[in-house]
Design a binder for this molecule. Structure first.
Ligand SMILES: [Zn+2]
Length: 133
């Protein structure tokens, strides 16, 4: 069964593999960082947050300083879908931001039906508990 972890990422619980939610491309072991299976693009932050003030006249322009902040975009190597964006100091390794207990996730989903699309917050209704008393 495939479960949505984010809108862009699923885990195939049977195979214990991260997959692209858009195209199903295998992104690696679900017990490791999903970013290992994605392409990464190191963006200059001023490309994304354009200066508000004239950079020729002002040292600080409200654009993030590229010497202190980089914006990393992670994309599926098969379909190109953007899976994650993170802001890090230059040279910092990719953050391991999602580390799941795969065995607990398997137990949690053992009696659930797979979802066709990701759902969030109050839209998600967990199945009722089966009490054995
Ligand atoms: Zn993909």
């Amino acid at each position: 069964m495939k479960v949505f972890i984010t809108a862009a990422l699923t885990i195939d619980l049977g195979k214990e593999r991260w997959e692209c939610a858009a195209c199903g491309h295998d992104l690696g072991s679900a017990r490791e960082n999903y970013k290992k299976g994605l392409l990464v693009r190191d963006r200059a932050p001023e490309e994304i947050h354009a200066p508000i003030l004239d950079p020729a006249r002002y040292e600080f322009t409200f654009a993030p300083d590229g010497d202190w902040c980089r914006i990393l975009e992670y994309c599926c190597p098969s379909c190109g879908r953007l899976a994650e964006v993170e802001y890090l100091p230059p040279g910092h390794p990719p953050a391991h931001d999602i580390e799941l207990d795969i065995d607990a996730l398997k137990a949690q989903w053992a009696k659930r039906e797979p979802l066709a699309a990701p759902v969030l917050g109050p839209d998600f209704v967990a199945p009722p508990h089966s009490h054995s008393h």
